[in-house]
Design a protein around this ligand. Structure first.
Ligand code: NAD
Length: 274
């Protein structure tokens, strides 16, 4: 299946569905990413903190895909925030990934108490100006953090990757993003295997559409206009999660998913997390 793209504020395309590798053990990552690339995924989402960038790089090197056929994202780990440490940590990632140019680099968490994300962002701007990163973005930023970047620097993030799923749909942040040309990327899109897919409303829609619960939820993300990066190490699920471009949820279906909102996060509050 061919994956549609969205356009980033750099003018560059991003596939609307990709493969996330959080919690895939380093020694299993090459195999999982190879399976994903063979299934047709072209966006891979890793992070320095996942300790599996080398496995991602090995899978890319072994594939016969040209660099411009792939979209690779990694994220600056929290301990390396700051101007000089960001530049050094970026170089280390590129060695592990085996790439000359990165498609998207994200600040993993804002860490407002540490108060380094503005200086970190200036290093991101420099790496982009030097041609080493095509698009720069953030993750887990709240509106206040985005407003501060806008006030103190010259570049709007291309992407904000945030926790987002039917129980935590992030309507306010999504509206802010669309006003400012920021693409929303959903992490934990399937609820991280913690029960979301067992909800009876999702089961009913799976029944109605003849799809799996995961496919229904992924379709919801796509119809909200988000980029979505589900994770799995199971080949059948890796394939299934990509097969979501030939059906649609209707208004009533979307309304029934909207009833699942609880306001409860799976992950930490970005304002508190340090
Ligand atoms: P996810 O919502 O993608 O859940 C993954 C789990 O869902 C799997 O382990 C499996 O248990 C289940 N699953 C997957 N496919 C399934 C299927 N077809 N049927 C049934 N169950 C299925 O959770 P995630 O991995 O946390 O999030 C996705 C990606 O987002 C990560 O891999 C990572 O790349 C990114 N992420 C980013 C942050 C951040 O702070 N920026 C945080 C967490 C995750």
């Amino acid at each position: 299946p061919s994956v549609p793209t969205l356009t980033l504020n750099t003018g560059l395309p991003i596939p609307q569905l990709g493969f996330g590798v959080f919690q895939i053990p380093p020694e299993d990552t090459k195999k999982a990413v190879t399976t994903a690339l063979q299934a047709g995924y072209r966006l891979i989402d890793t992070a320095q903190g996942y300790r599996n960038e080398e496995g991602v790089g090995a899978a890319i090197a072994q594939s016969d895909l040209a660099p411009d056929e792939l979209f690779v994202t990694t994220k600056l780990t929290n301990s390396e925030q700051g101007y000089d440490s960001t530049l050094a940590a970026f170089d280390a990632s590129m060695t592990k990934l085996g790439l000359d140019v990165l498609d998207l680099f994200l600040i993993h968490w804002p860490l407002p108490k540490f108060d380094q994300y503005v200086d970190t962002w200036r290093a991101f701007e420099k790496l982009q100006a030097d041609g080493r990163i095509r698009s720069i973005g953030v993750s887990n930023f709240e509106i206040a953090h985005l407003e501060r970047l806008a006030a103190e620097t010259g570049t709007v993030p291309a992407v904000n990757q945030i926790e987002l799923h039917p129980q935590f749909p992030q309507a306010e942040l999504r509206a802010y993003h669309s006003e400012h040309g920021i693409v929303t990327e959903s992490w934990g899109p399937l609820g991280q295997g913690k029960g979301l897919l067992d909800d009876p409303r999702i089961a009913a829609l799976a029944q109605k559409t003849g799809r799996s619960p995961a496919q229904v939820v992924l379709r919801w993300h796509l119809q909200l206009g988000c980029v979505v990066i589900p994770k799995s190490v199971t080949p059948e699920r890796i394939t299934q999660n990509l097969d979501v471009f030939d059906f649609e949820l209707d208004r009533a279906d979307l309304d029934s998913i909207a009833e699942m909102e609880t306001g409860a996060r799976l992950g930490p509050d970005p304002n508190e997390f340090d």
